[in-house]
Design a protein around this ligand. Structure first.
Ligand SMILES: [Zn+2]
Length: 284
């Protein structure tokens, strides 16, 4: 388990949801769409249990953490890409939530040609494949899944509840994995940077189109509020490094006007940050 930002009994929680602040949102020129998969409570069993504040009570989930999960869809001139794939949960009709979200904004999951994976913990990679008619198949059958090779090796070489390697076997059998190592460029629009910190081979992505740069920090910068307080988190592989990385990327984001994509944000999942007077501000 690697997710510990705690909302707990926050009375604002239902407001966030009821007000519909978490919505699919499109920003131009990069078309960035939030694929909100849901909100969950997680207790010591490490199961992600759907939490809908309209019908559920936080007090009924003792000793639980509450997290939000939102992959992103980005449309550029020549690519349709997904950034991390979520838990891979289905809705009440049995449709994969991420598929439904993509169809709802007018795209077809089969048209996704790139999946950028920050790392392979279950809350980011549980949805790499899905079950249909008893068979596991890639969620995005026509995409290359970009994965840091060290992260892949870590997943297979250690026994950890955070990694579901059976899912990754399916990806590999379908020849969908595109390994990268270290930092570099995938093409003229997309670069990746090996960060470590949250896990040993965590990576982040920068996607450029025209003058706009989108920054996907995965669990290095999972929600904007983490810039407002210095925190060495126990859930990070290297908590001090993760803290320093958050600050360094926050400063780069502020200096360059990056559009930041926050995978675990409580409210605004897409936004910019500022840095003034030695303090960060969340701009939008
Ligand atoms: Zn996470």
């Amino acid at each position: 388990m690697r997710i510990v930002w705690f909302i707990g009994l926050n009375p604002m929680l239902s407001l966030y949801f009821n007000a519909g602040i978490i919505t699919n949102k499109i920003i131009s020129p990069l078309k960035i769409i939030t694929l909100h998969e849901g909100s969950y409570s997680v207790d010591i069993s490490k199961k992600f249990i759907p939490f809908n504040p309209a019908v559920h009570q936080a007090k009924d989930r003792p000793a639980s953490l509450f997290i939000h999960v939102q992959p992103f869809l980005i449309k550029t001139a020549d690519q349709l890409m997904v950034l991390d794939v979520g838990l891979g949960y289905k809705d009440d009709e049995g449709e994969l939530i991420i598929h439904k979200n993509i169809r709802d904004v007018g795209f077809d999951p089969r048209d996704v040609n790139l999946v950028l994976m920050s790392h392979l913990h279950f809350d980011h990679a549980g949805g790499v494949v899905f079950e249909r008619d008893g068979q596991l198949e890639p969620t995005f059958p026509n995409a290359d899944y970009v994965i840091q090779r060290g992260e892949w090796e870590t997943a297979f070489s250690r026994s950890s509840a955070s990694y579901k390697t059976a899912l990754f076997d399916v990806l590999q059998r379908h020849n969908c994995v595109h390994f990268v190592e270290g930092s570099g460029c995938l093409n003229q629009h997309i670069s990746y940077e090996l960060t470590g910190g949250h896990c040993e081979f965590h990576q982040v992505f920068l996607i450029q189109d025209g003058n706009e740069i989108a920054f996907f920090g995965g669990d290095i910068l999972p929600e904007p509020e983490q810039l407002l307080r210095k925190l060495i988190a126990k859930y990070d592989f290297d908590g001090r490094k993760a803290m320093e990385l958050r600050e360094a990327y926050g400063k780069r984001a502020a200096a360059s006007g990056w559009t930041c994509l926050f995978y675990h944000a409580k409210s605004n999942a897409i936004g910019k940050v500022g840095f003034e007077g030695n303090a960060f501000q969340i701009l939008s």
